[in-house]
Design a protein around this ligand. Structure first.
Ligand SMILES: NC(=O)c1ccc[n+]([C@@H]2O[C@H](COP(=O)([O-])OP(=O)(O)OC[C@H]3O[C@@H](n4cnc5c(N)ncnc54)[C@H](OP(=O)(O)O)[C@@H]3O)[C@@H](O)[C@H]2O)c1
Length: 332
């Protein structure tokens, strides 16, 4: 099968298309024929070894000190079950599924546990649309619903409201009944408004300090605000949730816990539970979530997808069409 592989850390040129053996499946696994995947910010970080905030060594210990242990990237996927292991009970060949495989989705076939973070693809979504959801939408859901426990009527500031996580954070926060202010750049103001934000701040024209209101939650997906600055934007008991954090933020969180400060910082990592993918499938089926596709590339041009992601200015997701004959490609 064809797969995008990399055997060293570096720029997009370390990724090459190779012919390799199909993965073998264990008794509890599915072999999925991948139709569409995406390059996420996590794929870029893993390929480039670009870990934020002084966490380079910790990142390398997890992914391979000198060379990547896992040569096939690709978290998000949408595809069709080709074969099942003998202990699989809930899925059968021909089922269309989408989810977060953790890795291995930049390939024509993917082996994945039946109880991994996957769900039936909502029929109204194309494979490309379904593949655009799990990383950003599950992160947004888990951070807003579970970590922030966002309540109806609360006010949330979403920084990076047009990015891979941000576009879904706007929709999910609105779905939970919050009042949403989204921060983005001039070109993306209309998109964030269309997604349902009550107010949109164009960071190229207005400084965050001049917003003139405070929030119950500041959710920074862009990695541009530190706790000292976020405090000026928070209510007395407000919560700051940064998606990107480093050693300094860990010390700040410890200090907040020791001093029992009213304003808090929460540092979390999104999980990959099947129930969460099922939840986003339901939200997508009802229209509460909407896929936002920045651009699409055939697998053979995956380097271009990596380069687009690395700009940190994509709108939603960058899709990789693994079977372009079955999914049209080109600008979305
Ligand atoms: N902790 C976790 O579990 C977890 C889970 C998922 C992701 N992450 C991390 O979260 C981050 C976000 O991922 P993503 O996929 O959403 O990233 P992304 O798609 O690259 O989005 C970046 C966003 O930042 C905005 N931005 C760039 N410069 C800005 C500035 N100066 N001021 C305000 N906004 C600015 C961009 O908007 P414009 O284009 O309009 O500038 C864009 O909306 C990544 O670092 C990722 O590694 C962490």
């Amino acid at each position: 099968m064809r797969a995008a592989t990399h055997d060293r850390y570096g720029g997009s040129d370390v990724v090459t298309i190779a012919d390799i053996a199909e993965p073998a499946i264990a008794d509890n696994q599915l072999l999925v024929a991948v139709h569409a995947s995406s390059v996420t910010t996590a794929d870029w970080r893993l390929r480039a070894s670009a870990f934020p905030g002084g966490l380079w060594l910790a990142g390398r210990l997890m992914t391979g000190l000198f060379r990547p242990r896992n040569c096939i990237l690709g978290m998000e996927f949408s595809g069709v079950v080709a074969r099942t292991g003998p202990n699989v009970t809930r899925f059968a060949p021909g089922d269309a599924l989408f989810g977060n495989a953790g890795s291995g989705a930049h390939a024509e076939y993917l082996a994945i546990d039946e109880d991994a973070a996957l769900a039936a693809k909502p029929p109204a979504l194309s494979h490309a649309e379904a593949a655009s959801l799990p990383f950003g939408a599950v992160t947004a859901l888990v951070f807003l619903r579970d970590f922030a426990k966002l309540q109806s009527g609360q006010r949330v500031l979403i920084i990076g409201a047009s990015g891979g996580v941000g576009v879904h954070a706007v929709r999910i926060a609105r779905h939970l009944g919050a009042r949403v202010t989204g921060v983005t750049s001039t070109d993306n103001v209309a998109l964030v408004r269309e997604l349902g934000a009550d107010r949109v701040v164009d960071y190229r024209k207005e400084k965050l300090n001049d917003i003139g209101e405070t929030f119950d939650l500041v959710f920074d997906t862009a990695g541009i605000v530190r706790f000292a600055e976020a405090r000026r934007l928070l209510n007395v008991n407000g919560l700051f949730l940064p998606l990107e954090f480093g050693i300094g933020d860990l010390l700040t969180a410890l200090w907040c816990a020791i001093t029992r400060s009213g304003q808090r910082i929460g540092l979390h990592v999104s999980g990959d539970a099947q129930a969460d993918v099922e939840a986003i499938a339901e939200l997508a089926a009802t229209g509460a979530l909407k896929p936002v596709i920045d651009s699409r590339y055939p697998l053979a041009e995956i380097r271009k997808a990596h380069e687009r992601v690395e700009t940190r200015h994509k709108r939603g997701s960058v899709i990789v069409d693994v079977r372009p004959d079955e999914e049209a490609h080109g600008a979305a």
